[in-house]
Design a protein around this ligand. Structure first.
Ligand code: CA
Length: 225
């Protein structure tokens, strides 16, 4: 899961990045509105965490442009205390949720999970797929009710495939979900994680679409081809 964070407060931005990385997200961090816009135009992000008070271009402007381009990426806005008007205009400009500073990092994590769940069209926090359950909050994965040990990056690959069931994700798309700017991308890493996931969760779970990428079929889809 790759996220974009737009926050000009260095201390807060750093804290958010650490928290998100511990939770298994790959986060790109920009510190002004124009950089946020250019990142959004070039990167594929699962969600945007957007401070409204940004230099060069306000968060509200970034949000309006984003929605006017037709993007439906989930957006969580960060606002200062006592700025009800900002929150209202942020929500009216297309934000999905907001947090008032200062906030607890646990709450940030919970709100993000809820946003990602809603954008995936789910209301149940646990992702269920045939014999497997995946809990994005605790990172616990079970197979037929038994807990399976999964590394954070294996978890990220599994979650991305499950959140996009029925779609084929290219290796580059999966890599984007695993690494943020500045991370060194290990070659063949995705293949290795897929190999481990198949060993742990069953060889039939993830299908390779030769020359295109990987997919998890929607439950009950016939696999005749
Ligand atoms: Ca700010």
């Amino acid at each position: 899961m790759r996220l974009l964070l737009a926050e000009d407060d260095a201390l807060l931005g750093d804290g958010i990045c650490v928290t998100l990385s511990e939770a298994g997200y790959a986060t790109d961090w920009v510190t002004d509105g124009e950089s946020a816009e250019s990142a959004l135009q070039t990167g594929e992000y699962e969600a945007l965490i957007l401070d409204l008070g940004l230099p060069r271009k306000s968060g509200t402007e970034v949000l309006r442009h984003l929605r006017s381009r037709g993007s439906d990426i989930p957006v969580l806005i960060l606002t200062a205390r006592d700025t009800v008007a900002d929150r209202v205009s942020g929500l009216d400009s297309g934000a999905d949720d907001y947090l008032v500073k200062p906030f607890d990092m646990d709450e940030l994590g919970a709100r993000l999970r809820a946003l990602l769940r809603r954008s995936g069209g789910r209301s149940n926090p646990i992702i269920e797929h045939e014999r497997i359950t995946v809990d994005p909050a605790s990172h616990i994965v079970t197979l037929e009710g038994r807990r399976v040990d999964i590394s954070p990056r294996e978890f990220a690959v599994l979650r991305l495939l499950l959140e996009n069931r029925g779609k084929v994700l290219s290796r580059a798309r999966l890599e984007e979900g695993l690494y943020s700017w500045g991370d060194e991308v290990e070659s063949n890493a995705v293949e290795v994680y897929i190999h481990h996931l198949r060993k742990k969760l069953g060889a039939e779970l993830i299908r390779t679409i030769r020359g295109v990428g990987y997919t998890i079929d929607k439950s009950g889809d016939a696999r005749l081809n």
